[in-house]
Design a protein around this ligand. Structure first.
Ligand code: C2E
Ligand code: MG
Ligand code: MG
Ligand code: MG
Length: 281
């Protein structure tokens, strides 16, 4: 878009740009219809205590499922939703659905677990965001202590003072707050200590080669140490092997999420983790 090209440059007409714009408009139209027609679904990925392998919660992850077509991954449509502003109604739907699902599980008698919901920068910066969260919690009936909101490190750093203020409001309500993709955004540690957060999520890119790449191992170990010293929970994303678990545990990382322990799954399959947790006592 011309706006993104910078203030002092002119955007000249190019035919391929027009084609791209057209394609984006088509996709945007399809996404609007997907919302109305109920083709967005949430999958739920379990999070575990790495020591005991006890289930501690789920992260809600958005999927677009056009009927009779392959699923579209969030990486392929969230940027468009963010640019077009569609992320605001989509994000509200995600929040509402995830809270309702978590309460439904509690009402079915499963031991309560936390539900983490990803909040996009545009959504987080909406002046009505806190009000929306309040409304969703009130209408769903879920206790705020079972909700966790994830914002990415880069989102948190965009406007630090505003971030601190919003996070403080959310924290007052008893909502848990996590910084997602931590380690990718060059946070100033000075700011980090001012964020009223409860959790750091180590980005998957550092976890992947944790057992082979000394730099990644050092970064992961530092994030774990930092989190512990600030009394934050630390969760490793993208855990795929037992060797990674062993390393993470040896460094004192208590929580993990990844294909080794569980993929993001539709409701009925995610529920099996709750059943297993309940029968384990
Ligand atoms: P994220 O919040 O960092 O989510 C973690 C991503 O890592 C998910 O990708 C998950 O499926 C994937 N993952 C988890 N464990 C493993 C593993 O062991 N190995 C590998 N290779 N991948 C693993 P997904 O579901 O494709 O989501 C991608 C990103 O899209 C998310 O990253 C998040 O930033 C965004 N996203 C997803 N759902 C929502 C949503 O409801 N709202 C917003 N604003 N963003 C969302
Ligand atoms: Mg996340
Ligand atoms: Mg993440
Ligand atoms: Mg990530």
């Amino acid at each position: 878009r011309a706006k993104d090209a910078g203030r002092n440059t002119f955007q000249f007409y190019r035919p391929e740009m027009n084609a791209r714009t057209h394609e984006l408009l088509l996709l945007e139209g399809r996404l609007r219809r997907a919302i109305d027609e109920g083709h967005l679904v949430l999958h739920y990925q379990p999070q575990f205590d790495l020591g005991s392998r006890r289930l501690v919660g789920f992260e809600a992850l958005l999927r677009w499922q056009p009927p009779g077509e392959p699923m579209i991954s969030p990486a392929d449509f969230i940027p468009l939703a963010e640019d077009s502003g569609l992320i605001v109604p989509i994000g509200e739907w995600v929040l509402r659905t995830a809270c309702a699902q978590n309460l439904a599980w509690q009402r079915q008698g499963f031991s309560p677990v936390r539900m983490a919901v990803n909040i996009s920068p545009r959504q987080f910066r909406q002046s009505s965001f806190i009000e929306t969260v309040d409304q969703v919690l009130r209408q769903s009936g879920l206790d705020s202590g079972w909700l966790e909101l994830e914002i990415t490190e880069s989102c948190a750093m965009e406007n630090v003072e505003a971030t601190i203020e919003s996070l403080a409001h959310l924290k007052k309500r008893g909502i848990h707050l996590a910084i997602d993709d931590f380690g990718t955004g060059f946070s100033s540690l000075n700011y980090l200590k001012r964020f009223p957060i409860s959790k750091l999520k180590i980005d998957r890119s550092f976890v992947r080669d944790i057992n082979h790449d000394p730099n990644d191992a050092a970064i992961a170990a530092s994030v774990i140490a930092l989190g512990r010293s600030m009394n934050l929970e630390v969760v490793a994303e993208g855990v795929e092997t037992e060797d990674q678990v062993a390393f993470l545990c040896s460094e004192g990382c208590r929580l993990g999420q990844g294909f080794l322990m569980g993929r993001p799954l539709p409701v009925d399959q995610a529920e099996k983790y709750l059943q297993a947790a309940s029968s384990a006592g």
